[in-house]
Design a protein around this ligand. Sequence first.
Ligand SMILES: Cc1cc2nc3c(=O)[nH]c(=O)nc-3n(C[C@H](O)[C@H](O)[C@H](O)COP(=O)(O)O)c2cc1C
Length: 129
Amino acid sequence: MYRVLYLSHLASGRDFSVVAQILHVSRERNQQLGVTGALVFDGARFCQLIEGPRAHVVSLAQRIQADPRHTGYRVLFENEDGSARLLPRWLTGYCEPDDLDVFEDGTALTAAQALQTFLQRVPGWDLSS
Ligand SMILES: Cc1cc2nc3c(=O)[nH]c(=O)nc-3n(C[C@H](O)[C@H](O)[C@H](O)COP(=O)(O)O)c2cc1C
C-alpha cells in the first residue's frame, strides 16, 4: 500500500459548494483507481488519507495538490509498505473545527504519529462511504 496523508486549507473565495463537488468526484474516481481512505472537512481545512497502488496514489496526490480549490497543501505522512489497507472503504464527512489543530505546523508530531492520530480519530468522526 502506498499512503499519503495531508492537510490543506479551503482556498479563499471558495465556499462549501466545493466540498460537495469534491465528494462527488472522489467517490466515483477513487473506486475506479482502487484508492480508499478518508477525507474530512472542518469548515476551513481538509485532511485526507489516500491509500492504494503506488502509481494511482502518487498521480492522484499530484492532481489533488494542484487543485486550486485548496491551498497550503502539506504532507503529514507519505510511505509505502506491505501492509493491508488501514481503511478498506472510502470515507468522507465533517469534523469539529478544532479536530485538525493537532496537525498544524509547529505541533511536534512525527509522520507516524500523524498517521496514528488520524486513524484513531476516524471512528469518532461521523463519516460515510
Ligand atoms: C481537498 C481535495 C480533495 C480531493 N480528493 C480527491 C480524491 O480523493 N479523488 C479524486 O479523484 N479527486 C479528488 N479531488 C479532486 C481532484 O483535485 C480533481 O479535481 C479530480 O480528481 C478531477 O480531476 P480531472 O479534472 O483531472 O479529471 C480533491 C480535491 C480537493 C481540493
